[in-house]
Design a protein around this ligand. Sequence first.
Ligand SMILES: [Zn+2]
Length: 147
Amino acid sequence: MPRHISDERKTAYYVGMGLQILGALLFASTFVTFLIHFGDFTDFEARARSDGFRAFGGMSLLIIGSIVRGIGARGLAGSGVLLDPEKARDELEPYSRMAGGMAKDALEEANINLGGEPTKVIMVKCRSCGRLNQESAKFCQECGAKL
Ligand SMILES: [Zn+2]
């Protein structure tokens, strides 16, 4: 079982991110040319065609980039490109482990003990009423007698 994300997947992830950035820039550039040539109607048709092409190309790159990035992050089976639940489990393993680790951290934060050594709590019995009190208590919680 792979413990870490393979280099191929990391490469795909960053290539996808690069495509997304490129797509966003290309898409944004249509607005820049629009602003630069605002009110200028010479070569309007040619520019409109170029803008349309860049807007479409930019959108396509954004979409392709996000798909490639998703595959890189979760693997082919993990992202649902291949129907192979067993493989998907392997490919998503780093994420499952991370989620498990985070859940464990949260439990530790909340002071919840999962298995292992149970936290021992020593109780002290009150001599006058018999109620069990925390070892650190100086007086009984029930009757107030000195412990
Ligand atoms: Zn008592």
